[in-house]
Write a new protein. Structure first.
Ligand code: HPA
Ligand code: ZN
Length: 334
């Protein structure tokens, strides 16, 4: 059976909205906000998209955010993502945002959330995409900063489904954030965390046991720990894998070396996602195509990944069933 990755219905569960900031839009916003960028033009900026590891990407990712200043910027950034996501077969998106990266530049929490929210309210009507927001804490900042950010989010509890953990992983284990995640769960937030991208399997164990995450973001280095693989297979805790990201940030050398296929064969609940598509060369369907080609995944494998994206999402059971039926329709003979 041939499956077209672009029309396969899917949920995207690992997408940083700031990572959808395309070079042309960075310059457009910088110009209208009178922000001076370190690069003279789009071509010079794109020339810098040669990453050697996670930190080399993060440096550019945070630098580009200087161009985001107003509610309108956050709304237009999100609308542009939703437009592209629609063309990639996305039906539901659980979107990360990094408030601390904006607060430290002098923006208010309300500027960020109001801009994002204005776009998300238009999403299901204009793009046929349901959405949820996940607020990530920057793990290279102190826990006290995460705690203050959580306080700012409490008045917006109705707009934010969960909290996550991102930014520089090595040296910043999940254990550093146990108290703030405890408080977030007590306030009713679900939890996820980046773990096992550059960090060791021990960080995945900590995310599960200390932060009590519903999903692990990336988690590819779990494969180095057979006991962890067994545990993940038994519990079916989902992993939001980002193949193009892993190649671009040199977590693996080539797509042919990516562990996704081995993870699926080991019985793990994997999903495929785009992470920061403006930086890593493709949106979510492009990630499906890349693993289809690089790992020789079959049509059945792609359908399984699409099913997993919905079963691993935070939508209700009735909606899950609706999307699973839609996927089955793709496979049905016409
Ligand atoms: N890893 C960690 N932090 C991030 C990422 C990522 O892939 N993308 C944006 N922030
Ligand atoms: Zn990520």
């Amino acid at each position: 059976m041939t499956i077209d990755p672009r029309t396969l219905p899917k949920a995207e569960l690992h997408i940083h909205i700031e990572g959808t900031f395309e070079p042309a839009q960075i310059f457009q916003f910088a110009q209208r906000n009178n922000v001076k960028l370190a690069y003279p033009n789009v071509a010079a900026l794109e020339e810098a998209y040669k990453f050697t590891d996670l930190q080399s990407f993060l440096n550019l990712y945070y630098a580009a955010m200087a161009a985001l200043r107003t509610e309108r910027d956050f709304e237009e950034l999100t609308i542009a993502y939703l437009q592209r996501a629609k063309a990639q077969g996305v039906r539901h998106a659980e979107i990360f945002f990094d408030p601390q990266a904006h607060l430290e530049r002098g923006l208010s929490f309300d500027t960020v959330i109001n801009g994002l929210w204005a776009a998300l309210q238009r999403s299901s009507g204009e793009f046929g995409i349901t959405t949820a927001l996940i607020m990530c804490f920057l793990r290279d900042q102190p826990e006290s900063s995460a705690m203050q950010t959580l306080e700012l989010a409490l008045p917006h509890r109705d707009k934010i489904i969960g909290v996550g953990l991102d930014s520089a992983e090595l040296g910043n284990p999940p254990s550093k954030f146990q108290a703030v995640f405890d408080r977030a769960r007590a306030a009713g937030f679900l939890t996820v965390a980046h773990a096992g991208e550059e960090g060791p399997p021990e960080y995945v164990w900590q995310a599960l046991e200390l932060l009590k995450v519903s999903r692990v973001d990336h988690g590819v280095r779990s494969m180095e720990d057979p006991l962890l693989v067994k545990h993940l297979a038994q519990t079916q805790i989902p992993l939001t894998v980002c193949p193009l990201s892993n190649v671009r940030l040199r977590v693996v050398d080539r797509m042919a070396d990516h562990p996704l296929k081995r993870m699926m064969e080991a019985g793990l609940c994997c999903t495929v996602n785009s992470d920061d598509p403006a930086y890593f060369g493709g949106y979510v369907a492009d990630n499906f195509s890349a693993v289809q080609q690089g790992l020789q995944l079959t049509g059945d494998d792609l359908m399984q990944l699409a099913r997993n994206s919905f079963t691993s999402s935070f939508i209700d059971d009735l909606s899950k069933q609706h999307y699973l039926d839609e996927i089955d329709g793709v496979a049905a003979p016409t």
